[in-house]
Ligand binder design. Structure first.
Ligand code: NDP
Ligand code: OXD
Length: 312
């Protein structure tokens, strides 16, 4: 019997219970706050934004599964257990969702949709003629699970795709690869549409500041679907105002929801979405969690295990 301690605020837990039990009817699904006693026996936590210090109270937790790919909601807990594996979400549903969102956003910027929508509101017939996709240079910041699937989905459209990561990757057909801080300026200089798919770490926070944003070619667009800490919003607003940047699609923000009085809300060339780029899907996530519990119980390492030193 596998005991799962589930935590998710504001949403029903029933679909999660059903998804897990459909795969393994012997699962004991314990929905917060009904987590029982820490002495009840081994359990696995499956959580999103748990209250700080909660996990530390349950010394029976053998591993912590994040309901999302990001783990910043866990690493900010000062009492996060140190000796328990933490597993990031990596189910196929999340990858499909992000590939869809990135493709939709790249197409929107390539085809000038932010400007066209602004014209529509003015009843303005002004036309926008898009370049061929092969002449549009897309640059993906972060070439992990989500960056890779997004790049693969963009290639058949003909885009000139590059990706930037921390460590060097094996060559991939059709994708120009960059890695490390030393190559960032060159990567930005060749990028017409920048896609942020980085985790939030001490190294990525504030990375896209005024200096870095200015290295993008004039008229470039930026899409951020990783974490809001990547982009310094005041700098972004300034470069959008000055016309150096053409448009932006932002799904994630340093503070969520984006405060009502933020200047971004008023910009016609900005598309704001409420952190919905990729949502973990119960059916694929349940399969992922149960598959990884089996791995851990066989003494193997789980997929996508958090490396505390890297921060992701
Ligand atoms: P991965 O851990 O698989 O990939 C992260 C990528 O970022 C890797 O390529 C990694 O490099 C790179 N990276 C990390 N730090 C640096 C750095 N300092 N310099 C250069 N590259 C760096 O994560 P995922 O692809 O699964 O997810 C990415 C992020 O997307 C998540 O952390 C989460 O925050 C966000 N997300 C947002 C969602 C939304 O709805 N908006 C939904 C799901 C996720 P390397 O390959 O060398 O390790
Ligand atoms: C995630 C997210 O990290 O939804 O999965 O942001």
């Amino acid at each position: 019997m596998t005991r799962i301690l589930f935590y998710l605020e504001d949403y029903s837990h029933d679909i999660w219970r059903e998804a897990l039990l459909k795969i393994d009817p012997t699962v004991e699904f314990r929905s917060y706050p009904d987590w029982g006693s820490p002495d009840d026996g081994p359990a696995y936590a499956f959580v999103w934004e748990p209250k700080p210090r909660l996990l530390a109270q349950y010394h029976n937790i053998k591993a912590i599964f994040s309901l999302g790919a990001g783990v910043d909601h866990l690493t900010r807990d000062p009492a996060l257990p140190k000796d328990v594996p933490i597993i990031r979400m990596g189910d196929d549903g999340l990858k499909e969702g992000m590939a869809e969102f990135v493709t939709m956003s790249v197409l929107m910027h390539h085809r000038g949709m932010p400007a066209l929508l602004a014209k529509q509101r003015q009843k303005d017939w002004g036309r926008f003629f898009a370049r061929a996709a092969r002449d549009v240079r897309v640059g993906i910041l972060g070439f992990g699970a989500l960056g890779q699937v997004s790049a693969a989905t963009l290639l058949p459209f003909g885009y000139d795709v590059a990706a930037w990561s921390r460590t060097e990757k094996l060559p991939r057909n059709g994708i120009s690869l960059y890695h490390g801080t030393g190559s960032l300026d060159a990567f930005l200089a060749r990028t017409d549409i920048l896609v942020g798919l980085l985790p939030s770490t001490s190294e990525t926070s504030g990375l896209m500041n005024s200096d870095r944003l200015a290295r993008l070619p004039r008229g470039a667009s930026i899409i951020n679907a990783g974490r809001g800490s990547l982009v310094v919003l005041d700098d972004l607003v300034e470069l959008l105002h000055s016309g150096h940047l053409g448009a932006a699609s932002l799904d994630v923000f340093p503070e969520e929801p984006l405060p009502m009085d933020h200047a971004l809300w008023g910009l016609d060339n900005v598309i704001i979405t409420p952190h919905i780029a990729a949502i973990t899907r119960p059916d694929t996530a349940a399969e992922y969690v149960l598959r990884n519990i089996k791995k851990l119980e066989r003494g193997e390492t789980a997929e996508n295990q958090l490396d505390m030193k890297r921060g992701y």
